[in-house]
Write a new protein. Structure first.
Lengths: 367, 355
């Protein structure tokens, strides 16, 4: 049985080598009820070259999302459960897109639950992939948070650089572990092409992310004496990158981010928010008070991100993966501000009128 | 003939007339269907939009008229200044500027940082600049300079010198010590002024992007040396800067700065206090810390910055960057050039403060 499996795998590899250049046939997407998984399923379902798309999540999708998924089949399954192996085997899945890792789950448990979901789910899923000879290609959605952020970072992180102070907890740590398990899978099954996408912080009108929640209030707390360099990724570009990686079947780790950066202060000004400079320790104290009452995501990594930011080198994405995002960082951010309909507290029109008023006053006074 | 034209015209008029009549009757019908309280304001929404449009038009007219009168009067000196300041403030408040991936903010740098430094440059240190033609008009070059004076004023003055005296007004991007970037406000300001941390990756990235990059290979050894050792170049690191230049095939421009040694004459270094504060050295100068804040004011020595002839690195082959013999040789050559130029400039100088 085992030898058969292996020979099957090898045969599949030869076939897969020619096929992976062509197109994936049967795709399984995890985390289908979340933004990325759901809309990726919808996009893949619209692609006529893919025979079958299977969407998996532990909770049922909303009516709207289910309608969007179209011909894709939704399977309600927890990836932490060995049942997922059966789904992969019975459907002859050849491409698995793991988009379920989440940094934030509203209305559910604390950090421990999240870690459990992320890491145990990944272990179980990759184990299932390893057992299934039909699987040719695995795409893992990771995050730029694996690089951490500190004052002594290089200006741009390349895929080979690692963080100066490896994160010890939170989503960043989970993502490093997930990447590790994915590489383990690729090592044990050399015929599987593994694509790891490290997505920059995403933003956009539809997606709910840490950054969009942070900038939603009228007054935004900032850290005194620090201004983070932000590289963002438009939600549509994130979907595009995942879809491209699924179709292209290029092995490797890729940084996915928009070109150009904006500073945190600039982002706050562009959104018309009012910055409230707070000393770092005060923000941390307020945060721990807040955390005593309920779950928040602002751990130490996030505070570091707010202070220093993070920018990645996306040369490999452009040259090797062959994907280039449509939005630059500033455009993506402006699209988020416009799409959300954020009412600027400091109105640019008011600023402009004040400018013209000052100039005309000077004109009258100087005469 | 007339009948023909009539045949052409009449249906057209009749048609529009009928359409207008239809519209009128439709409006009447609609108003009849509406609640009587709304009758006083026929087509409320459209009228609001129309009013807004009219108001906008009036505003535009008025603005154009005032603009026209201003143009006739020719804006006076004060108005021009206020306009420039107001434009700057408007751009800052609405975030309408671009920042490069290093965090360099040319908009802020030219409006705030450079004018402040220019005061020091012109009035305090009265810097003389020579050999600026040795810097390329475009493309990468690595400026290697001596480092002295407890606080890195020499780097800032060199950046002003390049920006103000170079025909292309290029920005000099400094490679600064880690300590600068770990300090809260300082690190932020340094990033916005276009400087970055002295590490191989960043140096290579700056040179590959074709930027004019400056490095101070002496580091803390040069900055924190005693006054009695002034103008004696310290060891030039491990030659990492040469490897970076070789890899990017960028010319190396030696730069000698005279005057920086005297701004804070350091007569002692309290190692214990330095360790306590986590600093590389804790200087004692004749005025610091005894005279308090006065000790922080740099002495107004007369400066001279000279850029030497560029040393080309394009002729070396690709493996040269990893060859220690080549890098050591080049390092020594650059070091010798700077040291000789320093001695030369010192012999020309008659007085420390008057030049």
């Amino acid at each position: 049985m085992d030898s058969q499996d292996r020979s099957g795998g090898r045969r599949g590899q030869d076939k897969g080598a020619s096929e992976s250049q062509a197109h994936p046939k049967i795709v399984l997407v995890t985390g289908a009820c979340r933004f990325l998984g759901g809309y990726l399923t919808a996009r893949l379902a619209q692609n006529p070259s893919i025979e079958h798309v299977i969407a998996v999540d532990a909770i049922a999708p909303s009516k709207d999302l289910l309608r969007r998924m179209g011909r894709a089949e939704f399977v309600r399954a927890d990836i932490r459960n060995p049942f997922i192996a059966k789904v992969i085997r019975n459907n002859d899945v050849d491409t698995v897109v793991h988009a379920a890792a989440a940094s934030y789950v509203p209305r559910s448990g604390g950090k421990a639950t999240l870690k459990e979901l992320n890491v145990m789910g990944a272990i179980q899923l990759f184990a299932a992939c390893q057992k299934a000879p039909s699987v040719r290609h695995v795409v893992v959605k990771s995050t730029s948070e694996v690089y951490g952020s500190s004052a002594l970072d290089p200006v741009l992180f390349t895929e080979d650089s690692s963080s100066r102070r490896p994160p010890r907890e939170g989503f960043a740590r989970d993502s490093i572990d997930i990447e590790g398990y994915a590489r383990g899978l690729a090592r044990r099954r050399p015929d599987i092409t593994l694509t790891i996408l490290r997505l920059a912080n995403m933003i956009g009108p539809a997606m709910d992310t840490a950054l969009s929640r942070y900038l939603a209030g009228p007054v935004v707390p900032t850290i005194i004496g620090h201004d983070a360099r932000l590289q963002l990724l438009h939600e549509q570009d994130a979907l595009g990158a995942l879809e491209h990686a699924t179709m292209a079947g290029k092995a490797g780790t890729f940084n996915i981010g928009a070109s150009g950066i904006i500073m945190m202060s600039q982002a706050i000004r562009r959104a018309g928010r009012i910055p409230m400079p707070v000393p770092r320790f005060a923000l941390r104290a307020a945060d721990s008070l807040w955390r005593a009452t309920r779950y928040t995501e602002w751990d130490r990594e996030q505070l570091d991100y707010l202070s220093y930011g993070r920018v990645m080198d996306t040369t490999r994405m452009r040259n090797e993966l062959g994907y280039s995002p449509k939005w630059t960082t500033a455009e993506a951010f402006d699209d988020y501000v416009r799409g959300r309909g954020l009412t600027p507290i400091i109105d640019p029109r008011w600023v402009r009128s004040m400018e013209s008023r000052a100039v005309s006053a000077a004109q009258r006074w100087g005469r | 003939m007339a009948g023909e034209s009539k045949a052409k015209v009449i249906p057209l008029h009749a048609n529009t007339g009928r359409q207008a009549a239809q519209r009128r009757s439709a409006a009447r019908g609609e108003s009849a269907r509406r609640h009587p309280s709304l009758l006083s304001d026929p087509a409320g929404r459209a009228s609001a939009e129309q009013i807004a449009a009219v108001v906008r038009e009036i505003d535009d007219r008025r603005f154009a008229a005032s603009g026209a009168t201003a143009a006739e009067e020719a804006p006076n000196e004060l108005a021009k200044k206020i306009a420039a300041v107001a434009e700057f403030i408007r751009k800052r408040m609405t975030g309408d500027y671009t920042v490069d991936e290093f965090g360099f903010d040319p908009h802020l740098n030219e409006a705030i940082f450079l004018p402040l430094l220019r005061v020091l440059f012109n009035s305090w240190f009265r810097v003389e600049v020579s050999g600026i033609e040795n810097l390329p008009e475009t493309g990468a070059a690595l400026v290697v300079a001596n480092h002295a004076g407890v606080l890195p004023f020499d780097g800032l003055m060199a950046s002003v010198a390049v920006h103000d005296h170079h025909p292309a007004h290029r920005d000099l991007r400094l490679l600064a010590a880690d300590l600068v970037f770990t300090m809260p406000a300082m690190g932020q300001a340094a990033r916005k002024a276009g400087h970055t941390m002295a590490c191989t990756a960043d140096a290579h990235r700056l040179l590959a992007a074709g930027e004019l990059t400056a490095v101070f290979p002496e580091g803390y050894k040069g900055l924190g040396k005693h006054f009695k050792d002034r103008y004696k170049l310290q060891r030039f690191g491990r030659g990492g800067f040469v490897a970076a230049a070789l890899r990017a095939k960028a010319p190396i421009v030696p730069c000698s700065i005279v005057g920086s040694e005297e701004i804070y004459p350091m007569i002692a270094d309290v190692k214990l206090l330095a360790r306590l504060f986590g600093l590389p050295y804790f200087p004692i100068t004749p005025l610091f810390p005894l005279a308090g804040p006065v000790g922080l004011v740099p002495l107004p020595s007369k400066w001279h910055i000279q850029f030497g002839e560029a040393i080309e690195t394009a002729d070396y082959d690709d493996s040269a960057a990893d060859d220690p013999m080549v890098t050591f040789e080049l390092t020594d050559q650059v070091r010798e050039t700077i040291q000789q130029t320093l001695y030369q400039l010192l012999t020309q100088r008659r007085n420390t403060f008057l030049g």
